[in-house]
Design a binder for this molecule. Structure first.
Ligand SMILES: Cc1cc2nc3c(=O)[nH]c(=O)nc-3n(C[C@H](O)[C@H](O)[C@H](O)COP(=O)(O)O)c2cc1C
Length: 174
């Protein structure tokens, strides 16, 4: 897929087919995350890739609405450091968002769907992933080929209108 097509085709996928993700494709997605930009290039992330079904099932319980995580072919857990300062915590979240989006576009480019799951039960996530005490799991990104509709550029995305979101020069100028 072209980048522009991958950007338009990415959508939140929660129903995954049984088709496995080739290891080199999974590595390419992770490499996209590794290359993401970050504040002062501090790269405040580690990615724990989970493919084992029992481990995925355990991870699906860290968020009360995360059942779909168990059915993904792979789950990437986004791990950061526990930040003492609020400012650092916010930058870390911002940078994790950049890494997640890079990985999602790389996945879409391969026709692989991606989703998000929040982490409610941090202690469970920490134990399933074997995280050290100074680390935190910020989010989960389940991956898998869509069970139904293959990824294709969305013609009418469910978004606020362009003219409402985009301001020219000054807020409120269209
Ligand atoms: C920070 C964040 C957390 C999210 N958490 C969840 C979640 O826990 N469960 C879920 O089904 N979707 C989750 N989503 C997906 C959004 O609901 C989804 O991206 C949004 O509705 C737009 O739809 P689209 O991704 O198909 O374009 C999350 C998205 C973000 C950015």
């Amino acid at each position: 897929m072209e980048t522009w097509d991958a950007i338009r085709a990415r959508r939140n996928v929660r129903d995954y087919s049984d088709r496995p993700i080739a290891p080199e494709d999974l590595d390419r997605i992770l490499e996209a995350g590794r290359r993401a930009p970050s504040s002062r290039n501090w790269q405040p992330w580690d990615f724990v890739v989970v493919t084992d079904p029992a481990q995925r099932a355990a991870l699906s319980k860290v968020w009360q609405y995360g059942a779909y995580v168990a059915h993904a072919q792979a789950v990437v857990a986004l791990v950061g450091a526990i930040q003492a300062e609020e400012r650092q915590r916010l930058w870390q979240q911002f940078d994790h968002g950049q890494a997640v989006m890079s990985m999602m576009v790389a996945a879409a480019d391969l026709g692989i769907g991606s989703g998000h799951s929040a982490v409610g039960d941090q202690e469970l996530a920490r134990s399933v992933l074997g995280l050290p005490d100074d680390r935190v799991c910020l989010s989960l990104m389940p991956l898998g080929y869509p069970a139904r509709r293959p990824l294709a550029p969305l013609r009418r995305p469910n978004r606020r209108p362009f003219g409402e979101v985009v301001h020219r020069g000054r807020f409120g100028s269209r």
